[in-house]
Design a protein around this ligand. Structure first.
Ligand SMILES: [Zn+2]
Length: 308
């Protein structure tokens, strides 16, 4: 029997994974294509990406289901494949660990629209879509559900509730913050600050509070977010910053923070209290390998740093 994720987190910090979307593009997914459908049509390519993360030292790997809700899949004509896409994703991620006791985090991204009265989707439609996806991920055997890149509390709540209803053993809520124009602070696109988000997530039953992606939220800013989360909650904290801000070079989107550059932020994040450290857009297995090396060196030098 594997140690539950939340129990293991009490004994040591863990390493997450890196980007999926940019890796799918490198593997041949066209711009605007349906990466989640690859769980069914090109499972070997998804597996190859996740194996590289497992080999780089990820303890937790996120399933390839960011856009795996019915509303998102419907845009690509795959609305009928919700259960198959999500269950296959969990199986692929499990296989990537190759029998080692890694954690499969079932990914739920935003549904990709706005709810009434601002948009065309009813709350019931969104709830149904999240319920369906969460159930497929949990039934497939995910160790946790990560609700990520969230910007609105309403949507976050529906996704957390879906994970709860599905019986997820662990629920991670992850917000995407943008640094404000004047550079003094950060909040989500919908105006939510980290204290409010953490309190809200805890009140609604999340077990881990997290942040990922966003704009301008590099390792140092992520550390600020960890400090602000810590001030209002005792829940474990997970962080997945992007590999810098995307730049357009020769018509290609480039993320320019190297493994070295991002790596410099790993120990400060652990010291601030982050318990799972991964990375988001633009990061690669090389980034994760460097995170692993730095975390292990840090823990070897100061074993007491393991404890939460
Ligand atoms: Zn991202």
């Amino acid at each position: 029997m594997k140690t539950p994720l939340l129990d293991l987190l009490k004994t040591r910090p863990l390493i997450g994974d890196g980007a999926m979307g940019t890796q799918l593009m490198l593997a041949g997914l066209e711009q605007g294509g349906c990466g989640e459908a690859w769980n069914l049509t090109h499972p070997e390519k998804v597996l190859a990406i996740q194996r590289r993360y497992a080999d780089a030292g990820s303890d937790c790997i996120i399933t390839n289901t960011f856009g795996g809700s019915r509303i998102m899949l419907n845009r690509h004509g795959h609305a009928g494949d919700v259960t198959a896409v999500n269950r296959a994703a969990v199986e692929i991620t499990r296989e990537a660990f190759g029998g080692r006791p890694g954690y499969v985090l079932g990914d739920m991204g935003p549904f990709g629209g706005l709810m009434e009265p601002y948009g065309e989707f009813t709350e019931a439609q969104v709830r149904q879509a999240f319920d369906e996806q969460a159930k497929a991920l949990v039934d497939g055997g995910a160790d946790a559900i990560i609700v990520e890149t969230m910007t609105s509390l309403e949507e976050l709540q529906l996704a957390i509730e879906a994970a709860k209803t599905a019986g997820a053993p662990c629920i991670i809520g992850s917000m995407a913050y943008d640094v404000t124009l004047d550079g003094t602070t950060f909040r989500t696109m919908m105006g939510v600050d980290p204290e409010r988000a953490a309190e809200f997530m805890e009140a609604h039953g999340a077990h881990i509070v997290a942040l990922n992606c966003g704009t301008g939220m590099e390792m140092e800013r992520a550390r600020d977010a960890v400090v602000r989360y810590k001030a209002v909650t005792d829940l474990p904290i997970m962080v997945q910053p992007n590999a810098g801000v995307p730049k357009l070079v020769s018509m290609k989107v480039v993320y320019d923070e190297t493994p070295d550059h991002m790596g410099a932020g790993v120990v400060p994040l652990v010291e601030a209290g982050a318990r799972i450290i991964g990375a988001c857009c633009g990061s690669t297995p090389d980034h994760i390998r460097e995170f692993r090396r730095l975390l292990d060196a840090h823990l070897a030098a100061a074993p007491s740093a393991s404890r939460a």
